[in-house]
Design a protein around this ligand. Sequence first.
Ligand code: UP5
Ligand code: MG
Length: 196
Amino acid sequence: MAAHKPNVVFVLGGPGSGKGTQCEKIVKEFGYVHLSAGDLLRQERAKPGSLIGEMIEGHIRNGTIVPVEVTCSLLDKAMQDHGGLNFLIDGFPRNKDNLEGWNKAMSDKTRLHFVLFFDCPDEVCIERCLGRGAAGSGRSDDNAESLKKRVVTFVTSSLPIIQHYEVQGLVRKINAANTPDEVYEDVRKVFKAISE
Ligand code: UP5
Ligand code: MG
C-alpha cells in the first residue's frame, strides 16, 4: 500500500515579510519540517565545485528566480532526506515556472494543504532586510539595489501565484506588519484550527 503523502504548506510573502521567523515558531509548536527554498539554494551555491553556484548567485543578487528544475529537485531531495509528514515550504513557488514545475514533478507525491501568505507593505519589508544586512547577515541580496529588484519580482511574479491559490480558497492571509509575536498569534490560530 502507498504510504501517506506528505502534507505541504507553502509559505509565501515578500522579501523580509517574516517567512523564516514565523516558520521557526511553527516548527517549535507544531512539529513541521521547515524547508526554505532560498536556504537550499544558498547551500547549493556554497558547495565547492558546484557547477550551478554562479548561476544561483546571479539570480539571488538580481532578485530573479532560479529555474524550477534546480529548486524543485533540491526540495524533493530535502523532503526525502528529512522524511516526516508535514512540511513548510518557505519561499516557493514564486512564479509560473515554479508553479508548473512543482505541479509536474511533485503534486502527485504530496498533498497541498494550504498557502500561508504574509502580507506586509513593501517599505516595511525593505527596511527589515536592510536592517538585517546592516547587522551583518552576509546575504548578498540585503542591499538597496537588490531589494528594489526583489520587491519588483515579488509583485510581478509571485503575487499572481498567490492569487492563483486564492481563487482555489487555499490562501490563509496574515497581517505581517506587526511584531513577530503578534504575527505568530494569528499564525497559531490557523494551525490550531487544522490540528483540532
Ligand atoms: N523580522 C521578521 N519578522 C519581523 C517582524 N514581525 N517585525 C520586525 N522584524 C521582523 O525576516 C527578515 C528580517 O526581518 C530579519 O532580520 C527578521 O529578524 C526581521 P525573515 O524571517 O528572514 O523574513 P523572510 O520573509 O524569510 O525574508 P527573506 O529575506 O528570506 O525573503 P526572500 O523571499 O527575499 O528570500 P529567500 O531566501 O526566500 O529567497 C532569496 C532569493 O533566492 C530570491 O530572491 C531568489 O533569487 C532565490 N529563490 C529562487 O530563485 N527560488 C526560490 O524558490 C526561492 C528563492
Ligand atoms: Mg527567508
